[in-house]
Ligand binder design. Structure first.
Ligand SMILES: [Zn+2]
Length: 340
């Protein structure tokens, strides 16, 4: 389907303005757990009789509509999101609802992130079985909606980062290095330290398996984390990278290395990474020629979709011509091979 000029249709759902899709979009930074629609989560919570943490109220605490006081407050929904699904049919129910939402937003290409390992204890299976289930479940949902999808394996910053990445890579090898897995990702609070060997492990995985590397950096953390992501981890893309917006040398460095920033306009406001009065750094990226793609991060939690992120990017000052080029740009910087 050819790209057309930006046309959005808005409708009111639960008081939130949601934009419907009318042209092709691609999302290179979206977390499965953060993309699952609230209604599907509620169904699974009931079906599996999940005990919620004390004081947690689903309607209040699983949706983030206003800026959070901190990144950790923004991440509160994970207190419940890590408790499901315990059954394979409910994994299918959640992925099916998630891809239906992608389709509703005109998403034709998606790189979906998951830490995978949380499923091993929930579904009482090995890491390889969890990875296989995720490949199968998302693959089937993607086929139904004619969406090209790749999976990105996420590890979280912390003392277990190396062990978790090694476990994931072992499962990936055990499954015969499926082409469904296209990249690896480091996420989590940038103030949390990680083992000194972690950057080497990322670079080795990239060299050995040809996996793409993306690192959450400069989201709420310092600009130095962005440079370290490229120089130490071998990052091909940067998640968020907002801190680069105030550092012209860093923006030029990213452009010279052809490293693409995954810009998540709605998330950046809701995590508190950007103050309400701050201009969005995408304006600086646009002006300096730093490559970037518009992504949604956690659209389920925001009760929005990628179409809304595109509308938000336009409201932040992204030129309509730049918005029209987004799909082609995403294909260029995607970790998926053989895209037409
Ligand atoms: Zn993210």
């Amino acid at each position: 389907m050819p790209q057309s000029s930006t046309v959005l249709e808005a409708d009111q759902v639960d008081g939130a303005c949601r934009a419907s899709a009318v042209y092709d979009r691609a999302d290179l930074h979206v977390h499965l757990n953060g993309a699952m629609p609230l209604a599907a989560i509620q169904e699974v919570l009931v079906d599996e009789a999940t005990a919620l943490p004390e004081g947690f109220r689903v309607e209040r605490d699983l949706i983030r509509r206003k800026p959070a006081p901190s990144l950790s407050a923004y991440l509160k929904p994970w207190q419940v999101l890590r408790l499901l699904p315990r059954r394979r049919d409910n994994l299918d129910r959640l992925t099916s609802a998630t891809f239906a939402e992608f389709a509703q937003n005109g998403v034709r290409l998606v790189e979906l992130r998951s830490s995978v390992l949380y499923l091993t204890s929930l579904q009482k299976c090995t890491p390889a079985e969890a990875m296989h289930a995720l490949i199968e479940s998302t693959g089937e949902a993607a086929r139904r909606h004619e969406i090209k999808r790749g999976l990105v394996l996420t590890v979280t910053r912390g003392p277990d980062s190396c062990r978790d990445l090694s476990t994931l890579l072992e499962a990936y090898r055990d499954l015969g290095q499926p082409t469904d897995i296209v990249g690896i990702d480091l996420a989590g609070d940038e103030e949390t330290s990680y083992p000194a060997d972690l950057p080497t492990l990322f670079r080795e995985a990239k060299d050995q398996f040809g996996l793409g590397v993306t690192i959450h950096a400069g989201e709420t953390g310092r600009a130095e984390n962005i440079r370290a992501a490229v120089e130490q981890f071998g990052a091909d893309r940067i998640g968020h990278g907002s801190a680069a917006g105030k550092d012209s040398q860093l923006m030029d460095f990213l452009a010279s290395k052809d490293v693409c920033v995954e810009v998540c306009p709605i998330s950046n406001r809701l995590t508190g990474a950007l103050h309400a009065d701050d201009p969005h750094p995408l304006i600086e990226f646009q002006g300096r020629g730093t490559p970037f793609v518009i992504c949604s991060d956690n659209p389920g939690l925001h009760h929005r979709g990628l179409a809304d992120d595109h509308a938000e990017a336009a409201a932040e000052g992204l030129a309509p011509s730049a918005l029209d080029r987004q799909y082609e740009l995403a294909k260029r910087y995607s970790f998926m091979k053989g895209l037409e």
